[in-house]
Design a protein around this ligand. Sequence first.
Ligand code: PA5
Length: 446
Amino acid sequence: TTLTFDTSKLKDFVRDYELAMMQPMVTTADKMLREGTGAGSEYSDWLHLPSNYDRKEFARIQKAAKQIQSDSKVLVVIGIGGSYLGARAATDFLNDYFSNMYPEDQREFPQVLFAGNSISPQYLNSLIKVIGDRDFSVNIISKSGTTTEPAIAFRIFKAMLEKKYGQAGARQRIYATTDAKRGALKSLADAEGYEEFVVPDGVGGRFSVLTAVGLLPIAASGADIEQLMAGAAAGEAAYASADLNENLAYQYAAYRNILYRKGYTTELLINYEPTLVQFGEWWKQLQGESEGKDGKGIFPATGNFSTDLHSFGQYIQDGRRNLFETLVRVTEPLSDVVIPEADADDGLAYLEDKTMSYVNRRASEGTMLAHVDGGVPNMIVELDQQNEFALGQMIYFFEAAVAISGYLNGINPFDQPGVEGYKRNMFGLLGKPGYEELTTELESRL
Ligand code: PA5
């Protein structure tokens, strides 16, 4: 199989019968999800997306990706939150870590660079500098079409494209991924005649990586989106049973809830591979925005090892005991390095002729045992290969798990009421029309 899930290191923390005791609750949660009777069920179309997606649009995505590859050296992907994290995670995971920085003649595909995910002018200026006078295209992604960060970035890159290619030329280089019917971006895209892709109504931002939101940038980066969808479809089939003995995603959800109820309130998603760092960022949104509400929820964090073992590793080993770890690991590295022989004695003779992947694996095993001994429960999600198929399956694994996990904890895993609070205050402080009273109130508190 592509994905294995190992809970053998939980035995000091969870008794044998505890998983079975979750089964009735999991069965109910599964029913709520699949029969559409649970809270937020109008946002559960991601459930059958891998087997039931718009094939016509998929073909247009492939065509657009080819077009971008043929006419652009850079694709600027503008979006924030659920409108960029999936694409960012996938393009990092599926390509060489530094592929975006390779010299032009060593790069087969366009650089995929992200904008509109912060309000930093320095970031934007630096991005403009790195594009230079090279040919580029823009994929603006916003479900609502009104989010401030991407809207600002889009204004700037749209103007740059128009200056460089003229209005008609710019229109050929702007791809808009947004709601099928509503929003400022939808109206603009219609008026300008941009090629449009849809964020389906029933798929929330953080579940949208397998729609055009993720697929166009991923395809443009040179990755195989057919295989990505095939892997997700394998996940859809593998994680369809309500039976905890069969469904690994549900097992993960159940164990998380068992641990949460014992006081393990922070989960660290661990990797030993820099190309997985952004996957952790995607996962943080998926977990945090789905589960953190009504005063409840596991706090999602990440550990990028062995790097972070040299920073907050001390806390994990020995600090407050409310942590558990889920390690995401790939069995076969994309490439390897043999540690060379050397004349000088640098203390590494015992590692000569060993591979770095072997050392990395041993590091992960040693760390896991040390953390378990220190009171940190550990679970392992392991992929056999670092490729599109495996990623598709893993995406689906975590999506299915968070839905069930949310229902087990008695919350709506598909809404995000808390995201609005900061947006309202920002509008108030920026003087957006309609927010006048809030402006006065907030100003007086600053
Ligand atoms: O999940 C969410 O709701 C958010 O992270 C959104 O994805 C993010 O705010 C971007 O929203 P939009 O796609 O409407 O621009």
